[in-house]
Design a protein around this ligand. Structure first.
Ligand code: FAD
Length: 420
């Protein structure tokens, strides 16, 4: 018989958006059993999106990032084990082991560990001055280096890289952004949106280069001094920011036998293939209705929150009728300069795109279609389109191209034409 240090009816591993929301939802659903969050970071659960936006720029202090005040967790009897990492799971014994050597038992386990920033695989990737952007600690290290930074190189033209570039450019730093693909945001948006953001960044002084391969990070005395490109040229830099995606933090769960690879496979109720083990948030590879049933991972606050609610509801349900499967429309936002991008739906695999409004006015939308149906929208400073277009995505509506392109026709007038 093993001796456990602790036991909880529900143990949540990971205190980010998904883990915190799971605890909130469980208590909201009147779950009265013992409940704990164990999380590698030392902070109480906090919002991650501001890290590459208002927190990096200094416009929002950390205290305003907390998802709930300390008293909230205390009053609801959610035990916090912070600064502790789970290194293994024994699914049969229903227990986990921490890096500090503690064994913690569970009746139900919710795995909500997000991911670590993907690192460059080239020489110099580990040098000081090379930053990933995932945690408060990552961004605090960047902030500490800002006074000594004149030249910054951002590697990766996804949302996080672009947001960081925007903040640094606004601070007056000389920013170079390197994207390996022929355009920025290539994996998540159509060419019109990419071209718009490329123009905006250049207009704000960013030296934005696409189709560029990084050879290695140059360094001296353990510190990065620049980026060497495949063509042999060197970009001197005081700070290097790497935004090239995440590696889902799922090793302990996969080692315990859960099905998965790039994330952990879950069913529509966020259940993994291990009994009594759920997985939610960035790590959860699920069949998504809006992606045509394909198994995908979504990296967004929306997905983290919605999955947390599905898992909590399933866990407290006394019968199958009380649980409800995950069927949330994906949505996301990104702030760069004075541009607020709101996206809804899943544009991957679209076969047509219609631009509404003139991008030169800095307020427009792109409507993505697949086989004549609206599958997604990207709305730049166009909140009305975003709000109204959501119904088109949810209904999988077919709409006339000319009407979609006419920004004077409200999208709500085009709703109500569901396709079967
Ligand atoms: P996380 O929030 O990453 O939480 C996981 C937690 O688990 C972390 O605290 C981690 O340390 C901990 N952990 C990992 N492994 C272990 C372990 N073995 N043991 C214990 N603890 C562990 N989304 C949007 O919708 N809009 C945005 O504008 C946006 N901007 C973003 C900007 C940045 C800089 C970043 C990094 C993300 C952004 N996102 C945005 C994405 C969003 O923040 C994530 O999708 C969301 O945080 C996912 O929640 P999660 O709980 O799955 O993971």
């Amino acid at each position: 018989m093993t001796t456990r240090d602790r036991d909880y009816q529900v143990l949540i591993v990971g205190g980010g958006h998904a883990g915190a929301q799971a605890a909130v939802a469980l208590r909201q659903h009147k779950f009265a059993g013992t409940l704990a969050i164990i999380s590698a970071e030392p902070e109480l659960p906090y919002e991650r999106p501001p890290l590459s936006k208002e927190y990096l720029s200094g416009d929002k202090p950390f205290e305003r990032l907390l998802l709930r005040p300390k008293s909230y967790w205390e009053e609801r009897d959610v035990t916090m084990h912070l600064g502790q990492t789970v290194v293994s799971v024994d699914a049969e014994k229903h227990e986990v082991r921490t890096a500090a050597g503690e064994t913690i038992g569970y009746r139900h386990l919710i795995w909500a560990t997000g991911g670590a920033p993907r690192r460059l695989s080239c020489a110099g990737a580990e040098l000081a001055g090379v930053h990933g952007v995932r945690t408060r600690a990552d961004v605090d290290r960047m902030i500490a280096e800002l006074p000594g930074t004149e030249r910054a190189v951002v590697i990766g033209g996804g949302y996080i890289g672009l947001e960081a570039a925007a903040v640094l450019a606004k601070m007056g730093k000389q920013v170079t952004l390197l994207e390996a693909l022929p355009r920025v945001l290539a994996r998540v948006a159509g060419p019109d949106l990419s071209a718009f953001y490329e123009r905006e960044h250049r207009a704000h002084g960013v030296d934005l280069r696409t189709g560029v391969a990084v050879d290695c990070i140059e360094g001296s005395g353990g510190r990065a001094t620049g980026v060497r490109l495949a063509d042999g040229s060197i970009l001197p830099a005081d700070m290097i920011v790497v935004g090239i995606g995440i590696v889902p933090a799922v090793e302990p769960l996969l080692a315990a036998g859960a099905a998965g690879g790039n994330g952990v496979e879950v069913d529509a109720y966020c259940r993994t293939t291990l009994s009594d083990v759920y997985a939610i948030g960035d790590i959860a590879a699920h069949a998504n209705d809006f992606a045509g049933g394909d198994r995908i991972r979504l990296e967004s606050v929306q997905n983290a929150n919605d999955m947390a609610m599905v898992a909590a509801r399933t866990l407290v349900a006394s019968g199958p009728d009380e649980a409800s499967p995950y069927h949330a429309v994906p949505w996301f936002w990104s702030n760069q300069y004075d541009l607020k991008l709101q996206t809804v739906g899943w544009s991957t695999g679209h076969d047509d795109a219609v631009t509404r409004g003139d991008p030169a006015t800095r307020s427009f939308s792109v409507v993505y279609l697949k086989q004549g149906r609206v599958v997604a929208l990207d709305c730049v400073n166009a909140a009305r389109d975003y709000v109204q277009g959501r119904a088109l995505v949810v209904a999988g509506a077919s709409a006339d191209r000319a009407l979609l392109a006419d920004a004077s026709v409200p999208l709500k007038d085009l709703a109500g034409r569901p396709e079967n």
